[in-house]
Design a protein around this ligand. Structure first.
Ligand code: AMP
Ligand code: MG
Length: 414
């Protein structure tokens, strides 16, 4: 039997090799409102306090707390965005709305529900204050939400909606983030045609490119389409060279197994350094990882196997942590949880298996329960439909009984 010239690495060693070659891209400024999902490259400090002035928490009356309950003259009103041109002296109150700057002299707010207004025929309206309050009640002091100089966001934070809001609070318009890695995708194979093309004899549709491009976008990369290359040295070389021009990562699919037309590995040996060409895992054993030297910058290249499931599983296990590291994620590995098997699963004695499953939280058992997606054949993309986890099954003879706890790598929403 023909043997691969490449040593078989464990998944752990292969991932370590990938991460060792991946370095965060140089940060770039982007408009804060377009930075959703990106990783912040600098700490963000508040230049001003929030609130910038003592502000009312309620709609009600600004009072001198020491006055206590009673009926008082209304001296004026302050709505949010305005400032008082009067002072609240003992024995008087002022109407305030939520977020309004407290008028000078007042030290507490009584909410409108605890008051009654009486119109006077001549002179100011009278306000009955029914509640007893203490100084500071229902007033947000200066800087209570955000103090001046406070670090509101730390470098390495992923910018979600709240973080974008905090950038706006801090008055930030352009923000320094790690850019989205550009990830080029090339399908290889003489048998492949585009989805819109009727199938000729011996042909199948290229599913990997659409799938991988979607997966790249889903993990925060920018996908670049390199199309399909036939299995000839010349056309593969042209396509790979084009991919290396300005992509940070190149993904090829197909052409990495042991057949005569599996030309990717020799081509990558030519173009740079192959770090591994085989990993002990199922599916995806022929996954190949290289870096290219020369050119404007170096590029990470993943030669993914052609079978759609192998392609996507190896993408998640190796390319996603690399993309995340380039994009500045401080913890680029796939997140994982422990899950209980809903049913008994067969094991592989030769390789650890990444079994596709859908996880759900079991409210009565208080744990994640993993349902297998069924037949795990590497050509059957249906085995990844609705899968949100890859179960790490140990390399072992026999089976793992229902109820066993396994590590589940998360690849989708739970
Ligand atoms: P290979 O790794 O090139 O030997 O391909 C392994 C299997 O995956 C073959 O059955 C190919 O036809 C299939 N395959 C390769 N590339 C694709 C693709 N882009 N879309 C769907 N199937 C593919
Ligand atoms: Mg092929």
């Amino acid at each position: 039997m023909a043997e691969s010239p490449y040593p078989m690495l464990s998944v752990e060693d292969a991932l370590a090799a990938v991460l060792a070659q991946s370095t965060p891209l140089p940060p770039v400024p982007v408009p804060a409102r377009q930075a959703l999902g990106q990783i912040l490259a600098v700490d963000i400090q508040a230049g001003e306090p929030l609130p910038p002035f003592p502000a009312s928490v309620k709609d009600g009356y600004a009072v001198v707390a020491a006055d206590g309950p009673g009926t008082y003259s209304l001296v004026g009103e302050v709505t949010a965005g305005r400032v008082a041109d009067f002072t609240v002296t003992p024995g008087t109150v002022a109407y305030v709305t939520t977020g309004a700057a407290m008028p000078p002299g007042a030290d507490a707010v009584v909410m409108v529900e605890e008051t009654e207004k009486f119109w006077a025929r001549n002179g100011p309206a009278q306000i009955e204050i029914r509640a007893r309050v203490s100084a500071g009640d229902d007033v947000r002091p200066i800087g209570v939400d955000v103090a001046v100089g406070e670090v509101v966001l730390e470098a390495g934070t992923r910018l979600g909606p709240a973080e974008i809001g905090l950038l706006a609070t801090a008055g930030v318009t352009d923000v320094s983030v790690y850019p989205r890695p550009r990830v080029a995708v090339l399908s290889t194979g003489d048998e492949l045609v585009e989805p819109g093309t009727p199938l000729g004899p011996g042909q199948i549709r290229d599913s990997n490119r659409a799938m991988l491009m979607a997966a790249i976008e889903a993990v925060g990369g920018e996908a670049v389409d390199l199309g399909i290359s036939g299995d000839s040295q010349a056309s593969l070389e042209t396509a790979v060279r084009q991919g290396l021009v300005d992509a940070d990562v190149l993904l090829t699919s197909g052409g990495v197994s042991m057949g005569d037309l599996d030309l990717i590995k020799p081509l990558l040996e030519e173009a740079g350094q192959v770090h591994f060409g085989q990993v002990r895992m199922k599916p995806g054993k022929p996954i190949t990882f290289a870096t290219t030297r020369g050119g404007r910058h170096s590029c990470l290249v993943f030669g993914l196997p052609g079978n759609p499931v192998s392609s996507l599983v190896t993408f998640y296990l190796f390319a996603v942590p690399a993309i995340r590291k380039l994009a500045g994620h401080p913890a680029p590995q796939l997140p994982s949880v422990e899950a209980r098997l809903a049913h008994t699963l067969p094991l592989d004695p030769a390789r650890p298996e990444y079994h596709r499953a859908s996880l759900a939280w079991d409210r009565t058992e208080h744990c994640f329960v993993a349902q297998s997606t069924g037949s795990q054949s590497s050509s059957r993309l249906l085995s990844m439909r609705s899968a949100n986890a890859l179960l790490e099954l140990p390399q072992q003879a026999g089976e793992l009984p229902a109820g066993s706890l396994v590590t589940a790598l998360l690849i989708g929403e739970i």
